[in-house]
Design a protein around this ligand. Structure first.
Ligand code: NAI
Length: 253
C-alpha cells in the first residue's frame, strides 16, 4: 500500500534526540524522505540508522541552527539531496539556565534566544522561500506550553517560545493564500534528555510537575510527533496559524 507521505520530503531540526528523533522516525514510517539535521553528529547518525532499520530513506546534515550560514547550507543540502522540501519541522531547542531574571546569566540569555528564536526564524525564512517556488508546503514549529504561559525560573526560554508562536501566527497570515500552512505545537513536560535535566537540579520535581498535569502522565516524544504529522497531513488542510497545546489538559484549567 502506498504510504501517505510517499515522494514527499521532510526536514527535522534537532532530530538527534527526543521529539525531533521521534518525528523523523514517524515521517520515515509514513514514506517521507527525511533530512535529519542536528548540531550533534553522533545522535544524528543514530537517528539515520534507526530510519534505515525501518527501510526508510534519510540523509544527515550537521547544522547549528543559530548560525545563518549553516542554515543556508542545510537548505541547499535539502534541495541538492531530494530536489524539494514539503515539510519543515523547526524543533531544535535548548532549555537554558534555571534562574530568576535578576540573576540570569546574560550569555545564557543570548544563547537561548539564538537557538530557540533566531534558529526558527532562519529556518522558516529559507523553508518558505523554497516552498514558494514549489507552490506549497507545511511548517510546524516546536514551541512549548511555556510559550502560552509564563514559566518561573525560565524567563528567557518562555520568552523565546512566546516569540516562536508570534512568528508562526504572523507567517501563517502572510502565506495563507500561498498553500503554505504554518502552525506551532506547545508540548507540556515530555520525557526527553532536555526535560530530564530538571530532575538533576532537584529530583523532587519529578512528582511535583506530574501532579500539575490533569492526565497524570508526562508526554512522550511520540505524542508530540503524532500531532506534528497530523499538522503536515491533508487531514489538517484547513488548520493554519494555530498554537496547539499538547499538554494532557494542563492549560485547560
Ligand atoms: P532534546 O534535548 O532531546 O533534543 C533537542 C535536540 O536539539 C538535540 O538533539 C540537540 O542536539 C539539538 N540542538 C540543540 N541546539 C542546537 C542547535 N544550535 N542547532 C541544531 N540542533 C540543536 O530535547 P527535546 O525535549 O526533544 O526538545 C525538542 C524541542 O521541544 C525543543 O525546542 C524544546 O524546547 C521543545 N519542548 C520540549 C519539552 C519537553 O518537556 N521535553 C516541552 C516543550 C517543548
Amino acid at each position: 500500500m502506498r504510504k501517505p507521505f510517499t515522494d514527499q520530503v521532510a526536514l527535522v531540526t534537532g532530530a538527534a534526540s527526543g521529539i525531533g528523533r521521534a518525528t523523523a522516525l514517524a515521517f520515515a514510517n509514513m514514506g517521507a524522505r527525511v533530512i535529519v539535521s542536528d548540531i550533534n553528529p553522533e545522535g544524528g547518525k543514530e537517528t539515520l540508522s534507526l530510519i534505515e532499520g525501518l527501510d526508510g530513506e534519510a540523509v544527515f546534515c550537521q547544522t547549528d541552527v543559530s548560525q545563518l550560514g549553516e542554515v543556508k547550507k542545510l537548505m541547499e543540502f535539502c534541495v541538492s539531496s531530494y530536489g524539494r522540501l514539503d515539510y519543515g519541522i523547526n524543533n531544535a531547542g535548548i532549555g537554558g539556565a534555571w534562574g530568576k531574571i535578576a540573576e540570569y546569566p546574560i550569555e545564557e540569555y543570548h544563547q537561548v534566544m539564538k537557538v530557540n528564536l533566531d534558529g526558527v526564524f532562519y529556518c522558516m525564512q529559507l523553508e518558505i522561500q523554497q516552498m514558494l517556488k514549489q507552490e506549497g508546503g507545511a511548517i510546524v514549529n516546536v514551541a512549548s506550553i511555556a510559550g502560552l504561559k509564563g514559566l518561573a525560573n525560565s524567563g528567557p526560554y518562555s520568552a523565546s517560545k512566546h516569540a516562536v508562536i508570534g512568528l508562526s501566527k504572523s507567517a501563517a497570515l502572510e502565506y495563507a493564500r500561498k498553500n503554505i500552512r504554518i502552525n506551532a505545537v506547545c508540548p507540556v513536560y515530555t520525557r526527553t534528555p532536555l526535560f530530564e535535566k530538571i530532575f538533576e537540579v532537584d529530583a523532587s520535581y519529578e512528582q511535583k510537575l506530574l501532579s500539575l498535569i490533569p492526565m497524570k502522565r508526562y508526554g512522550t516524544p511520540e505524542d508530540i510527533a503524532s500531532a506534528i504529522i497530523w499538522l503536515c497531513s491533508s487531514q489538517s488542510d484547513f488548520v493554519t496559524g494555530q498554537a496547539i497545546a499538547l499538554d494532557g489538559g494542563l492549560t485547560a484549567g
